[in-house]
Design a protein around this ligand. Structure first.
Ligand SMILES: Nc1ncnc2c1ncn2[C@@H]1O[C@H](COP(=O)(O)OP(=O)(O)OP(=O)(O)O)[C@@H](O)[C@H]1O
Ligand SMILES: Nc1nc2c(ncn2[C@@H]2O[C@H](COP(=O)(O)O)[C@@H](O)[C@H]2O)c(=O)[nH]1
Length: 210
């Protein structure tokens, strides 16, 4: 399920600067996947974790691309074997981040981005990686606009949309737990906002040798 980047075999990592871990979260329908699509073009070196989920694929989604689509039994096995960095149940399905690929990329010096829900972001924060993780909240311009986007996407039946919007009320209240907020009013501006957070100097790093 995981792939290992060249040079990430654990043999020559002492001289490699560790990659940075970014977590992008926010309510369902705010535009996380859309903005990440643009971010891929802006930051081609960034590695995006592919989550596992028990949700069925939407039209056009492929196993190993948007998600690893697994059944409930396989998901439970991954959790019990300690192979999930974090996982959560969201609106009737389970979602989780495969641990090994993330740790291998970070050790190989590659920056990593997780697109996960608020429950998962909290778990990352309290995990061994929590101290180094940068948590970013993608916020909608308003709740009504969030609902318009989720309904307009047309991928979920009405009861699922209702469950996602109910979850969104709690998720929006969690914004203050994050290191940064980017408001997704305009896709280009939101992408630029994320890029600005991700390409800046690391905390404590030397920015000038003069
Ligand atoms: N800035 C924006 N202005 C208008 N529409 C937007 C904007 N950003 C995203 N959208 C639209 O909102 C809908 C939801 O976007 P998207 O699927 O990227 O959300 P998401 O946060 O990834 O959702 P989920 O968490 O459910 O996967 C899509 O139809 C997308 O085209
Ligand atoms: N805690 C986690 N949440 C995840 C993960 N992968 C995706 N998600 C979040 O789930 C919801 C719903 O996603 P959808 O694709 O069904 O619309 C959304 O908020 C995602 O960010 C994960 O690995 N862990």
């Amino acid at each position: 399920m995981t792939d290992v980047p060249p040079g990430a075999d654990g043999t020559a990592q002492e001289s490699v600067r560790r990659g940075r871990l970014f977590v992008l979260s926010g309510p369902s329908g705010v535009g996380k996947s859309t903005v990440l699509g643009h971010l891929r073009a802006a930051l081609p070196e960034l590695w995006y974790s592919v989550s596992a989920t028990t949700r069925g694929p939407r039209p056009g989604e492929e196993h190993g691309v948007q998600y690893f689509f697994v059944d409930g039994e396989e998901f439970t096995g991954l959790v019990e074997d300690g192979r999930m960095l974090e996982w959560a149940e969201f609106a009737g399905n389970r979602y989780g981040t495969p641990r090994d690929a993330v740790e291998q990329r970070l050790a190989a010096g590659q920056d990593v981005l997780l697109e996960i829900d608020v429950q998962g972001a909290r778990q990352v924060r309290s995990s061994a990686l929590g101290g180094e993780a940068v948590l970013v909240f993608l916020a909608p311009p308003s709740f009504d606009e969030l609902a318009r986007r989720l309904i307009g996407r047309g991928t979920e039946p009405e009861p699922v949309i209702a469950a996602r919007l109910a979850a969104a009320r709690d998720e929006l209240a969690a914004e203050t737990e994050f290191d940064h907020t980017v408001v997704n009013t305009d896709i280009g501006a939101a992408t630029d906002g994320l890029v600005g957070l991700m390409v800046g100097p690391r905390p404590g790093s030397i920015t000038s040798t003069a």
